[in-house]
Design a protein around this ligand. Structure first.
Ligand code: TLP
Length: 344
């Protein structure tokens, strides 16, 4: 049987031999005492990359987002976020459970709201309405199909937020995908945000970990909240070493994932029964709709399994495909053949 091609997510990558070697050789200490030299090195490195005063290593992207929202707001406030955003859809309402926040949802095109939509969602400072605690944006927008947040629009929202004295958080889980696709620095794409979260454990290929970036004061408070939420880690240097390796070795190669995604999108769009808007494939995520004569998403995914291709249904007629470090260009050819066979 052929080896599995896992297109469910870029979270599934496994650490490579040299990454494991870096982990094995990592110097460690107790990070709750801020004494793990490898964690400290990762935090310094990422702070520099993002042109920020400080950074914090957190176990997951979800915890990173939760820590940021908690630090930026007070209970009873609203978080302006998009209808498709991860913080709204896939974090088990942690903003409500952990921080007493409610989402104020806006419906931007492809996960990227217009400034006018955000402005309309901001509450006036009246004592009898919930205050707007922060604005949370996402780049790339995952469920929109890995779309890059239009830069000009992002800057307009940041300016609007400043004017209204509202902080902005960026869920930049896949900000390196955006940076590589645009040939820009992450510092440039995230300028003006009060805080940023990005993931080491997605396209960058580390097994665990995300980073939070902000001012020194913000990170001091984020460190306290990370502990409060149960995310204080001890000899975490073995994980941070994988993060350092990922940042040193796996950033420019994201281009290959994007090329693979484009190839997949173009070929799948030619198959009768599949709907793919190739124009929208900007990074490593492809949304694939199904229609007659193809079966529904659930059945299609089950059939693909018999060709050793793993894909998850996202709705009755929708699937999401994600390319990553463990999907080669040969795998893409095999996956296309599998789709051709499975839609029949
Ligand atoms: N996304 C996962 C699933 O939860 C959907 C995936 O497979 O794409 N922000 C964004 C934009 C994300 O896509 C994710 C994970 C997170 C935050 C949370 O990161 P983790 O899984 O580390 O908690």
């Amino acid at each position: 049987m052929d080896s599995w091609i896992d297109l469910r997510s870029d979270t599934v990558t496994k650490p490579t031999e040299p990454m494991r070697k870096a982990m094995y050789e990592a110097e460690v200490g107790d990070d709750v005492y801020s004494e793990d030299p490898t964690v400290n090195a990762l935090e310094e490195k990422t702070a520099e990359m993002f042109a920020r005063e400080a950074a914090l290593f957190v176990p997951t992207g979800s915890m990173g987002n939760a820590v940021c929202l908690e630090v930026l707001t007070r209970p009873g406030s609203e978080v302006i976020c998009d209808r498709l955003s991860h913080v709204y859809n896939y974090e088990l309402s942690s903003m409500a459970v952990l921080s007493g926040l409610t989402p104020r949802v806006v419906d931007g095109p492809q996960g990227a709201p217009f400034p006018e939509q955000v402005e309309e969602a901001i509450h006036p400072p009246l004592y009898y309405v919930a205050p707007t605690g922060c604005i949370s944006l996402e780049n790339t927008a995952n469920i929109a199909g890995g779309r890059i947040f239009p830069e000009k629009r992002m800057k307009q929202i940041v300016a609007l937020a400043r004017k209204n004295n509202i902080p902005v958080h960026l869920d930049g889980a896949r900000i390196f995908n955006a940076a590589v696709a645009l040939s820009k620095e992450v510092a440039e794409l995230t300028a003006g945000m009060d805080c940023v979260m990005f993931c080491l454990s997605k396209g960058l290929g580390a097994p665990v970990g995300s980073m939070v970036l902000g001012s020194r004061e913000f990170i001091r408070e984020a460190r306290r909240v990370r502990k409060l939420f149960g995310g204080g880690m001890r000899q975490a240097g073995i994980l941070a070493a994988a993060g350092i390796y990922a940042l040193d070795n796996n950033v420019p190669r994201l281009d290959q994932d994007h090329a693979n995604a484009r190839r997949l999108a173009e070929e799948l769009s030619q198959i009768d029964g599949l709907e793919v808007d190739t124009e929208t494939v900007e990074t490593n995520i492809i949304m694939v709709g199904t229609k007659e004569p193809a079966p529904g998403a659930e059945k299609l995914c089950r059939r693909l399994e018999s060709y050793s291709v793993q894909v998850d249904p996202l709705g009755p007629n929708l699937t999401r495909l994600v390319t990553h470090l463990d999907v080669s260009s040969e795998d893409v050819v095999r996956a296309i053949e599998a789709f051709r066979a499975a839609v029949k």
